[in-house]
Design a protein around this ligand. Structure first.
Ligand code: FES
Length: 165
């Protein structure tokens, strides 16, 4: 740069400074993007409270899958809610809902569960696990962070849906 005239030297200096600023901005953007995607991945893996939707979105006697969070939101005939973890309590296979048979039927060893997750046929040793449900302001929330084991169905497990919104 020693041979360059002062105008050209000034131009090249500014160009280099500008490229340095661009490189710094890009590095910052990459850092922020990486941290953001890690946080999203952690939330998905660790679970947390998710907003399933307004009460009125779930008709009585319906089973709505939430595949990414591995549960079914069940609305019973009386309007109450249960969130059932979709893993079989025998050896953990994913259990699909068979609407035509009105039961959850495990494809691995033929266990079956009713709409409340209660065992209809073994070898499953206990009902499908529950996730905590809370209805706040007409919106159904499900806590996917921990499964609740139970030995049988109890009406106290059902969460009142209140009035449809
Ligand atoms: S894993 Fe479901 S019956 Fe065995």
């Amino acid at each position: 740069m020693a041979d360059l005239d002062p105008g050209r030297r000034k131009f090249l200096s500014r160009l280099l400074a500008g490229l340095g600023v661009l490189a710094a901005l890009e590095a910052a953007w990459i850092t922020v993007s990486t941290l953001g995607s890690r946080r999203r991945a952690t939330e998905a893996e660790d679970g947390g409270v998710i907003e399933a939707g307004p009460v009125g979105r779930f008709p009585p006697r319906s089973v709505t899958p939430f595949p990414e969070s591995e549960f079914y939101l069940v609305r019973l005939e009386d309007g109450g809610f249960l969130a059932l973890h979709r893993k079989c309590t025998h050896l953990g296979c994913s259990v699909p809902w068979r609407a035509d048979e009105e039961r959850f039927a495990c494809p691995c060893h033929a266990s079956a569960f009713d709409i409340r997750g209660a065992v209809l046929s073994s070898p499953a040793p206990r009902p499908l696990d529950l996730l905590a449900v809370e209805v706040v302001g007409g919106i159904v929330h499900v806590d996917t962070s921990k499964r609740i084991r139970r030995s049988s169905f109890d009406p106290a497990q059902v969460v009142d849906g209140g009035a449809d919104s």
